[in-house]
Design a protein around this ligand. Structure first.
Ligand code: 13P
Length: 249
């Protein structure tokens, strides 16, 4: 399956540096990208970054979205607004949102459903924390999160799953290819259970301290269909090295 390498810029990037990063990446993409590339800048920069990458083949995504189309929700961004700005994707259920904003699986399901309704592909994030891994509960946790966060109508065409173990995010403690194989093979089985054959076509991304040095071994794992990259997505050389580790088909 063709890889998707997605950069989650998180709450980083003032105007000048965001535009510089976007135009650097767009220049590289115009000479051809090995796989699909997505950038998810902060919502303040979506419009400007969208203009810079337009025509380069790089796709634009939001880092979160509200479950409703519009209304009295101060500070929130709706999936329809994201689509209106040219986004094709929205990340939902990132562990930082689950932890900092108390987002439950039920909330993530509503957000994913709203993203679908707006015509966006939902990137649903899940992953166990350090204590759950030590207790040997990683598979149990991701299974609950997966089935708890998939809305009705989810399919390979509108949904991507990102396995991001919390203990690997921003820590430099990347999961080993063995850890990733075990969880991704398990998630693939669960996706087939949920969707039948279509479960084979759902992209499964790995995220958590992916960098230029470890990307090729992680992206070579059978059921890894791309990466969701935080810190390294802010450095064009590093991010592009990860893109170049992706598979064309
Ligand atoms: P890092 O790549 O900085 O560990 O972040 C991963 C992540 O949370 C991407 O969504």
């Amino acid at each position: 399956m063709r890889s998707l390498v997605a950069g989650n810029w998180k709450m980083n990037g003032f105007k000048a540096e965001s535009l510089e990063l976007a135009s650097d990446l767009a220049g590289r993409a115009r000479s051809g990208a090995v796989c699909d590339v997505l950038v998810c800048p902060p919502s303040t920069m979506l419009s400007d970054v969208g203009a810079v990458i337009s025509g380069s083949g790089i796709m634009l995504g939001g880092q979160d979205c509200h479950a409703l189309e519009s209304g009295a929700h101060t500070g929130d961004v709706s999936p329809v607004m994201l689509a209106d700005l040219g986004c094709s994707h929205a990340i939902v259920g990132h562990s930082e949102r689950r932890a900092n904003h108390g987002e439950s699986d039920a909330v993530v399901t509503e957000k994913a459903a709203a993203a679908h309704k707006a015509g966006l592909t939902a990137i649903i994030c899940l992953g166990e924390n350090a204590a759950e891994r030590v207790e040997g509960r990683a598979k149990e946790i991701v299974t609950l999160q997966l089935h708890g966060s998939l809305p009705e109508g989810a399919s390979a065409a509108n949904t991507v799953i990102a396995y991001e173990p919390v203990w690997a995010i921003g820590t430099g403690n990347t999961a080993t290819p063995q850890d990733v194989t075990e969880i991704h093979d398990h998630l693939r089985g669960e996706l087939i259970r949920a969707f039948g054959d279509d479960g084979n076509a759902v992209r499964l991304l790995y995220g958590g301290s992916v960098n230029a040095g470890n990307a090729s071994e992680l992206l070579a794992v059978d059921n890894v269909n791309g990466a969701l990259v935080g810190g390294a997505s802010l450095k064009p050389d590093d991010f592009w090295a990860i893109v170049e580790s992706g598979r064309p088909d």
